[in-house]
Design a protein around this ligand. Structure first.
Ligand SMILES: C[S@@+](CC[C@H](N)C(=O)[O-])C[C@H]1O[C@@H](n2cnc3c(N)ncnc32)[C@H](O)[C@@H]1O
Ligand SMILES: *[C@@H]1O[C@H](CO)[C@@H](O)[C@H](O)[C@H]1NC(C)=O
Ligand SMILES: *[C@@H]1O[C@H](CO)[C@@H](O)[C@H](O)[C@H]1NC(C)=O
Length: 320
């Protein structure tokens, strides 16, 4: 961390480019509007504190076919989710920390990609579901213990943490180097992105959370999952809807090599299309379906950011 500060300061002093980036930063929050930015954020936080955000979990069931409707699990903002949000509000209050992050971020962005920057700064932790919600999704109780968990595209492992206590061994894959380090630090076995499906390990659960829209070959990943699933094993998929693929480290147009066709516009239509047009043809059968907010720690302007996740628990289809 100290090295990072020194590097930032040196870069700031020695480079005229630095002034430009800094200028970009100061024109956004500077010139007396810093106080207003923070004031607005505090007001917003106050509103969120009094909101149980039931719309984050709402699905219009009349727009779903019978199988999705029957397997729908209604979740809500439980105490672990509220704790995550409270932590976001508190972190945002460390104003100087935030300013430091903003400066370091603009400096690092010359030579690193966004995911890597956040990996370095230890920021941008995500929240998908709580331990309590995971148990509901998996239909297990607190004493249940499986053998192996694999979390594909695990990021910094904060989401992995919610599932890991229920398994003897936890494995993960990641393409981003800084994230690999943070996963290793957390004690997870990091498998090679190209050979995790070679059959040397099989898993009771494979998690594929917010990865299908961010990886180059989502269909290959779905097929590989089938190869490494133990009999009776489960797959848990989270997909941000509306579905908008974007591959950060991929081809220059950031579009994936393999295309997933998701039909429809609404959350309900796209969730249905995921099941009918993607999972079922790939040989999976729906076990549970739910909707949760995909929360990310924020910055000066907003304590947190939210996207909308469709959650699917799948098993191998008997016919597939
Ligand atoms: C949006 S993040 C999701 C992180 C975490 N699973 C979550 O739900 O918050 C997607 C992650 O997948 C990683 N990734 C992209 N393509 C991958 C691949 N083919 N194999 C493994 N990880 C990949 C990216 O580096 C990124 O950290
Ligand atoms: C959330 O709050 C609304 C009123 O603002 C209430 O109708 C609803 O039942 C609450 N939901 C939960 C899950 O507590
Ligand atoms: C990185 O984040 C900045 C804003 O924080 C954004 O403008 C830029 O497009 C992002 N770059 C990539 C490659 O995602």
């Amino acid at each position: 961390m100290l090295t990072l500060i020194i590097v930032s300061v040196i870069a700031l002093i020695s480079s005229s480019e630095g002034t430009k980036v800094m200028y970009g930063f100061s024109s956004r929050v500077g010139r007396g509007s810093l106080a207003r930015t923070i004031y607005n954020r505090v007001l917003e936080d106050e509103n969120h504190r009094h909101d149980n955000h039931s719309y984050w979990y709402f699905v219009k069931r009349s727009s779903l076919p019978a199988d999705l409707c029957d397997s729908f699990l209604q979740l809500d903002q439980d105490s672990e989710t509220s704790d995550f949000l409270e932590n976001c509000y508190e972190k945002s209050d460390w104003v100087f920390m935030q300013i430091y992050h903003s400066i370091a971020k603009s400096l690092l962005s010359w030579f690193m990609e966004n995911t890597s920057i956040n990996g370095w700064l230890g920021r941008g932790s995500m929240f998908v579901f709580s331990r309590q919600q995971f148990m509901q999704l998996m239909d297990i109780d607190v004493d249940w213990k499986g053998e192996n968990l694999l979390d594909l595209g695990a990021g910094d492992g904060e989401v992995t943490k919610m599932m890991a206590p229920y398994f003897h061994q936890t494995y993960a894959t990641e393409t981003s180097k800084p994230m690999v380090r943070r996963l290793t630090d957390k004690g997870y076995g990091v498998l090679d992105v190209d050979s995790w499906d070679d059959g040397s390990l099989t898993f009771d659960l494979v998690a594929c959370l917010n990865l299908l829209d961010r990886c180059d070959k989502p269909l290959s990943i779905l097929h590989s999952i089938k190869k490494v699933l133990k009999p009776g094993g489960r797959v848990i998929v989270a997909a941000v809807l509306p579905f908008k693929p974007y591959v950060e480290f991929g081809p220059s147009d950031n579009m994936p090599t393999e295309e997933i066709m998701v039909m429809g516009r609404t959350f309900e239509e796209q969730s249905t299309s995921f099941v009918k047009d993607v999972f079922e043809p790939a040989g999976f059968e729906l076990v549970k379906f739910s909707r949760v907010p995909y929360l990310c720690e924020g910055d000066l302007e907003s304590s947190f950011y939210v996207l909308h996740d469709a959650l699917f628990v799948l098993k191998l289809s008997e016919y597939g």
